[in-house]
Write a protein that binds this ligand. Structure first.
Ligand code: SF4
Length: 408
């Protein structure tokens, strides 16, 4: 049986591929690409049909972070000319969230820059969750606030949060190359805390930071071990003014291979195309929908996405449908095993996990690490590199924190 038949078979049975099989997906040629997408698509349709879950980011607090994540436009010392503002008021955040929900989003991701929340910050976020759920109790709310201290996850859960996002971003062995102010172990600990509090876990990665294929496989297998309900796959947006501004390592084909590898390793988990979708997949975005079952609608934390209506048109044109609030995201066996994530939101979460994909920093899609010898070797082996499409990177100037209407 050839590689793709084996992986499809395993995906349909929810069986973990071997590391070698995952690496082989990343090493496939462009001639094999449509076969790879078709194989991952069969697994996707088995567990998620043709539904696409829409998520909407609300950046509660932007920039001025004391941490040094190399990929992040909000990092300490970032020269990126992003919006900078402190905490939105609950009603401002609820207004932004409502725009996303009106556009078709069933989950709202509340993100704040920073190492982690204070207890007062948890109070603010609790008030924001209440304002959002007062307007529409079916909305799933995911918080992404950085590293959690003891009891904070429980407080978020009690406040009505459905999920918590905290990404691993890259492999344990290269984590120190991208961030020095906290560790990979800190991140694993926060996902565990959210899990332990009964929040649905969302944890993902950033590709394109100069990592090797082995690093990508390592982080995806590590994520699978954490048993998240959703895995956001970010493609580095190399922001001018950050250490990774020159890291243009991705092609649309490479992005599709990475998504397929994640799908095969996480067959029945929500796989979300997160930050960098428009910048790196470009006109190949619809093929990504055959693999992933979830995207962000509209803009990201500090960068602009394509128009929300363009997202909706793309989903329809590609023959998919937006997942409704009444539909359960995860397959029945995962919901049953976990007891659901609570309430009418039916996000299919475990009673015990955390975090959702943001679009920047500690949380989601933005950056990467500087190229090492191994990275260059890996890139050469893959025969891939991308031209710098800085023309596609647009700093967010609308929505939360501005006077302009959000993109949803
Ligand atoms: S990723 Fe999060 S913690 Fe890291 S610099 Fe950005 S906002 Fe700060």
């Amino acid at each position: 049986m050839d590689l793709l038949d084996t992986l499809t078979d395993k995906g349909l049975r929810r069986e973990l591929p071997t590391r070698e099989e995952a690496l082989a997906v990343l090493a496939t040629t462009d001639d094999e690409l449509l076969d790879v997408v078709a194989a991952a698509g069969r697994v996707r349709r088995q567990w998620f049909g043709r539904r696409v879950k829409l998520n909407y980011l609300v950046n509660l607090k932007s920039g001025l972070c004391p941490e040094d994540c190399s990929y992040c436009s909000q990092r300490l010392g970032s020269k990126a000319e992003i919006l900078k503002y402190t905490w939105l008021k609950p009603e401002q955040a609820a207004e932004a969230a409502a725009a996303g929900v009106a556009g078709g989003a069933k989950r709202v991701c509340l993100v704040a820059s920073g190492r982690g929340p204070t207890d007062r910050d948890i109070d603010r976020v609790a008030d924001t969750i209440a304002a959002i759920k007062d307007a529409d109790e079916q909305v799933e709310v995911c918080a992404c606030l950085g590293l959690l201290s003891d009891n904070q996850a429980e407080r978020l859960k009690a406040a009505g949060a459905d999920a918590y996002n905290h990404n691993l971003n890259t492999s344990e062995s290269t984590y120190g190359d991208i961030t020095t102010t906290h560790t990979y172990a800190d991140r694993v600990d926060t996902v565990a805390k959210a899990h332990g509090a009964g929040l649905s876990a969302c944890s993902g990665l950033i590709a394109g930071m100069g990592e090797s294929d082995a690093d990508l496989v390592d982080v995806v297998f590590a994520l699978r071990e954490l048993d998240p309900d959703s895995v956001p796959v970010n493609f580095l947006i190399p922001f001018e003014g950050t250490p990774l501004a020159e890291e243009w390592n991705l092609t649309p084909q490479r992005c599709l291979r990475i998504l397929a590898m994640v799908r095969f390793v996480c067959p029945d988990i929500e796989v979300r195309i997160a930050g960098g979708r428009e910048v790196h997949l470009r006109s190949m975005q619809p093929l990504g929908l055959h693999i992933a079952n979830s995207i962000f609608l509209g803009d990201y934390l500090t960068s602009e996405g394509q128009a929300g209506q363009a997202d909706l048109d793309m989903i329809k044109d590609a023959g998919f449908e937006v997942e409704g609030a009444e539909q359960t995201t995860l397959p029945r066996h995962r919901v049953t095993a976990a007891g659901g994530c609570g309430g009418a939101s039916a996000c299919g979460g475990h009673g015990e996990d955390a975090a959702d994909a943001c679009g920047t920093g500690a949380c989601g899609p933005c950056g990467g690490h500087s190229a090492t010898g191994a990275d260059v070797e890996a890139e050469a082996a893959a025969g891939e590199s991308d031209e710098a499409r800085t023309d596609l990177v647009r700093v967010r100037r609308r929505g939360a924190g501005t006077e302009l209407a959000p993109n949803a």
